[in-house]
Design a protein around this ligand. Structure first.
Ligand code: MTE
Ligand code: MO
Length: 363
């Protein structure tokens, strides 16, 4: 049994705090992810926020610090809707763990990704109202939930460069798919940063601070960083490695499921491709013979520039065990790394290698 209104067959990595992903097939063919199949990634206990008492503080390098209620946010700013795919930096970590163990990090499969229509106000409009002062190069977000994973325990937060924060797709959202934001997804208000790792879409937002430097919060300065393969993550302090922000091109197979048993003959293979920040997907191909030959897949249009695009194609399945692979290209001609082995990193982030599923496995 899963909780938080999620489907019963969620893969629950942790109950408290709740960390769970749907089986990949629950995402297949659906432009918008059903709410009961949307992954939940929580570093601390989910806070219960009283929406009436809740206030959003906007401070730091601004001319006009603000303290806004939900009602004021709704009244003062234009409501907009943006369809965007959220992807956790740890999505597909399980494939990296197969290369080499990653102690202390959950083996997320292919389900830490989902698409919703988010509504709320543009972060840019709120920042314009506050009036950014010269030198405000980063916009930091703070939330009340506290993670016990770090020693000492750490509140959740993060930041994005002001350049991204001022873009019209970055929202302060109170609704998901036309319904009030569920508590598990950040009610009453969360940030949504399309094209960036999910970690920057801070839930239960209480404070926005304009700063000269990136946030010093643990989840910005220490976690969610791409460490060199030979680094010891327990000894990597603030600022080590590369801070993850914009997503890279990714694509995954959603159906059939990995390990499925199917008779030989034509089968439908479906999945999604998600372009990196500011990029577009131009092509997806599928191989059922270890990459000797490829079939171009049909690409669904997607819901604007910030969502995944589903794809599908039919391949001829030979008798016996077979590996099905897919690969996407973006408009710059960049593709996906062939194998997770080339991407392995000590915290297991950002696996965007070409996806593989095994059908009719003998073992
Ligand atoms: N915001 C807060 N306050 N606390 C968190 O633990 N997790 C982040 C981000 N925002 C998190 C947060 C991470 S790592 C991801 S991938 C997304 O929220 C997950 O959003 P979801 O749980 O709504 O799917
Ligand atoms: Mo994440």
């Amino acid at each position: 049994m899963s909780t938080w209104g999620k489907r019963d067959d969620m893969v629950v990595h942790q109950r408290e705090p709740f960390n769970a992903e749907p089986p990949r097939t629950a995402l297949a063919g659906r432009r918008t992810t059903p709410l009961d199949a949307f992954y939940g990634r929580n570093h601390g206990p989910v806070p219960g926020v009283d929406p009436g008492a809740w206030r959003l503080t906007v401070d730091g390098l601004v001319r006009n610090p603000l303290e806004l209620s939900l009602e004021q946010l709704r009244d003062r700013f234009e409501e907009v809707e943006v369809a965007a795919t959220l992807q956790c930096a740890g999505n597909r970590r399980a494939e990296l763990i197969e290369v080499r163990d990653i102690p202390g990090e959950a083996p997320w499969g292919s389900g830490a990704v989902g698409t919703a229509r988010w509504s709320g106000v543009r972060l840019a409009d709120v920042l314009a109202h506050a009036g950014l002062r010269p030198g405000a190069a980063h916009i930091a977000f703070a939330a009340p939930d506290v993670s016990q994973d770090a020693d000492p325990p750490q509140p959740y937060g993060g930041s994005i460069p002001t350049e991204k924060a001022l873009r019209p797709e970055v929202l302060l959202a109170w609704a998901m798919d036309g319904r009030q934001l569920p508590r598990i997804h950040g009610a009453p208000l969360r940030v949504v940063v399309p094209g960036w790792i999910g970690a920057r879409s801070v839930k239960w937002l209480t404070r926005i601070t304009a700063r000269a430097e990136p946030s010093g919060n643990y989840f910005q300065a220490t976690a969610y960083r791409l460490l060199p393969a030979d680094a010891d993550p327990d000894r990597a302090g603030p600022g080590a490695g590369v801070s993850l922000g914009p997503l890279a091109l990714n694509c995954d197979i959603l159906s059939p499921d990995d390990g499925a048993h199917l008779p030989p003959g034509p089968i439908l293979v479906t999945g999604y491709a998600l372009a990196g920040d500011d990029q577009t997907v131009s092509r997806v191909e599928v191989s059922a013979d270890g990459g000797a030959s490829w079939t171009e897949a049909d690409l669904d249009p997607g819901d604007g520039p910030w969502t995944w695009r589903h794809w599908h194609t039919t391949v001829d399945l030979p008798q016996g065990e077979v590996e099905v692979t897919a690969r996407a290209w973006d408009a710059t001609g960049a593709g996906q790394p062939e194998s997770p082995a080339t991407l392995w990193n000590p915290k297991g982030y950002a696996n965007n290698s070409q996806p593989r599923i095994r059908l009719n496995p003998r073992s």
